[in-house]
Design a protein around this ligand. Structure first.
Ligand SMILES: Nc1ncnc2c1ncn2[C@@H]1O[C@H](COP(=O)(O)OP(=O)(O)O)[C@@H](O)[C@H]1O
Ligand SMILES: [Mg+2]
Length: 317
């Protein structure tokens, strides 16, 4: 490994086994400065249950990534409220919090639960052991937490790392009618794994000018994933936080609808203050208030998604 003195910038070559600590204090032999040094983290090999199965197409799956390269566009809000709405339609739903910030987990009032990282470390144990019940009927959660950042550090770039989530979800997906995966804005380990595991992508898009770029970027990524790992993946844009009174919002909505014809949901989610109030109480909007405008719109979205899925199952060979 190479360490660099933080004062005089002299570089030193050390044997990797000089210490087994991940960080240590070194004294520079040139300027005598004491500084902290870190051992480089080696990318770890991934262990799979059944890589061949994970690499097959699963066209009729019911796994959906909620993704956009932009933050603050309602990915987590959509994952939670759509999940609850599908569950209210008597569907068994698993929410996968695949963002190390763990906002989805916190929104469900959960803290410090074992995560997918723990499941990966305890490889002999079934994924079922790490899925927890939520306060809402038919709704389950695979939580996230602080240690999820280690997945990116340890596995990003390892051979076939993008199949890790799909490999484990394959063991539980028969138990659920829908699996929704919440993702961070960055690509790295999490979004690539989520997209590889999914056959559907919901792209939340706030009706402002910059959001159109986020949609472009995620569409490019989906095209790449379609060529490389997952030919069956299909995407649809969901307009979120729409202010119906705003002329510019309506202009952007019609521009994106034109640009991505047939790839947008009919349901639109409007700006709604009750959603924020619900969030403060760690509640989904519809459970907070049955009159919530956005809550009702997420129920409509669930209906649209169930109908689309029924259609695609009927037309499947
Ligand atoms: N329809 C809506 N009306 C009002 N506020 C919303 C709506 N949807 C999301 N928000 C708020 O926007 C913020 C960002 O949402 P979030 O779901 O965390 O975005 P992301 O996961 O994309 O970063 C949150 O404070 C959330 O409460
Ligand atoms: Mg989020």
């Amino acid at each position: 490994m190479i360490i660099v003195c933080q004062k005089c910038r002299t570089r030193f070559h050390l044997d990797d086994d000089v210490t087994d600590q991940s960080s240590f204090v070194a004294r520079c032999s040139v300027c005598n400065h004491l500084f902290s040094a870190f051992k480089p983290i080696r990318v770890q090999e991934v262990t799979f249950l059944d890589l061949d199965h994970a690499r097959q197409d699963h066209a009729n799956d019911h796994v959906m990534t909620i993704g956009n390269r932009k933050g603050g566009v309602a990915k987590t809000t959509t994952c939670l409220n759509l999940g609850v709405s599908l569950a209210l339609h008597n569907k068994n739903v698993l929410l996968v919090d695949f963002d190390a910030q763990a906002n989805l987990t916190l929104s469900l009032g959960q803290k410090q639960q074992p995560t997918f990282y723990d499941a990966q470390k305890a490889f002999g144990r079934p994924l079922d052991d790490f899925i927890i019940e939520t306060a809402y009927p038919n709704l389950w959660l695979l939580p996230s937490g602080r240690n999820m950042v280690l997945l990116n550090k340890l596995y990003f770039g390892a051979q076939h790392f993008e199949y890790m989530l799909k490999d484990r979800l394959n063991t539980v997906k028969a138990q659920f009618d829908f699996i929704l995966i919440d993702t961070p804005p960055s690509i790295e380990f999490y979004t690539l794994n989520a997209l590889t595991a999914s056959n559907r992508v919901l792209i939340p898009c706030q009706c402002d000018y910059l959001s159109t770029h986020g949609v472009d970027q995620v569409m490019q990524l989906i095209r790449l994933i379609r060529q490389k790992a997952n030919p069956q993946i299909q995407s649809r844009i969901l307009f979120t936080m729409l202010d119906p009174a705003s002329h510019s919002s309506r202009l952007i909505l019609s521009k994106i609808k034109d640009l991505y014809k047939g790839q947008t949901f009919n349901t639109v989610i409007e700006m709604d203050g009750s959603l924020k109030e619900a969030q403060i109480l760690s509640m989904p909007a519809i459970h907070y208030s049955q009159k919530s405008v956005a809550g009702t719109q997420y129920i409509e979205l669930a209906k649209e998604i169930i109908a689309n899925r029924d259609d695609s199952l009927q037309s499947a060979p």
